[in-house]
Design a protein around this ligand. Sequence first.
Ligand SMILES: Nc1nc2c(ncn2[C@@H]2O[C@H](COP(=O)(O)OP(=O)(O)OP(=O)(O)O)[C@@H](O)[C@H]2O)c(=O)[nH]1
Ligand SMILES: [Mg+2]
Length: 355
Amino acid sequence: MSGHGKSGGAKAGAAKRGSKMRSGFVSVVGRPNAGKSTLVNALTGEKVAIVTSKPQTTRTRIHGIVDVPAKKGKRPAAQIVFVDTPGVHKPGNVLDRRMLQEVHSALESRDVVIWMVDASRRIALPGMKVHEGVPAGEETGGRKRADLAENEDAFVFALVKKLDCPVFLVINKIDLVEREKLVPLVAELSKLHHFAEIFPISARKRKGTEELLEKLVEYLPEGQRYFPEGQFTDQPERFLVAELIRERILMETGEEVPYASAVLIEQYEEPVSEKNPLTRIAAAIYCERPGQKAILIGKGGAKLKEIGAGARKEIESLLGTRVYLELHVKVKDRWRESQGFVEGLDWRRQLEEME
Ligand SMILES: Nc1nc2c(ncn2[C@@H]2O[C@H](COP(=O)(O)OP(=O)(O)OP(=O)(O)O)[C@@H](O)[C@H]2O)c(=O)[nH]1
Ligand SMILES: [Mg+2]
């Protein structure tokens, strides 16, 4: 089933021949693991945000910038700045509260908001018939932590309901759900709120994503680019690198380790020779307990090697140079409860301090 918009939105069809360039911010919010980062990457055509099957992968708001060319007679050129956000969950520590703060920030400065729900999961909101989703499995992204977090959708919806901007309801992972279940889900969700548009999509299979992009342009105000053409994120490379290392940790470890891990770049030397460029990077992986450190290092250092090798490949493809990557693991007791440490992880803040 391809994505389609509900017709009749306030500004639908407003784009006219010869109209001026449009630009704006589109924030993407939803429960953890819904596929927000997958969508932002798909629309940007670049890996701006890391994606894993584990919930709470994204920790900060991340911009994915898309330049949409004009279509003669159909629509003007546009620049859309997508703002990927951490999955909304009940905060249990300082890190969680910081993540929720990032969501609030993303909801403050935006032109359109996308509320993403995961059609493969159980959705039960007041005023709608329960949607059962599909059984947990590898395809649905593990789901170990999860079903206790059922009211996360309700929590996000409460935020979304209060907004005064157009809200697109995006129902993701339709590749996992039979059509007979999808049709009533769309109907039930559409009763909840006056959504500007409703799009069933598959971010992973890129089904419906182009249509979504086209429709978003119609809702953007006239305006010039916020970022130079060709720039696809606001996050400097060294922070993308830290994220790629963290992605590897999330993929290679289980239980509490992914959640208790943070990565800080300690040394970042750009290539000196143009002929055979090499970037030298040293990074510290922080965890909270000696037992987690032992897991991260592994027997004879095997796990850390695996994390390093996997991350290095990704970093080389991002930077287009060879990479020398040195990783070490540090224990910082209960860092997720430390205001100072959590704030120090914020790349925007790190950047300010470097300048
Ligand atoms: N089958 C299927 N899986 C998807 C789709 N979109 C995303 N996924 C998978 O869902 C998992 C979570 O995707 P993410 O993009 O990291 O989700 P997120 O909403 O950014 O998660 P957080 O950052 O934790 O809030 C990954 O395993 C994705 O590959 C989809 O359309 N279909
Ligand atoms: Mg994410």
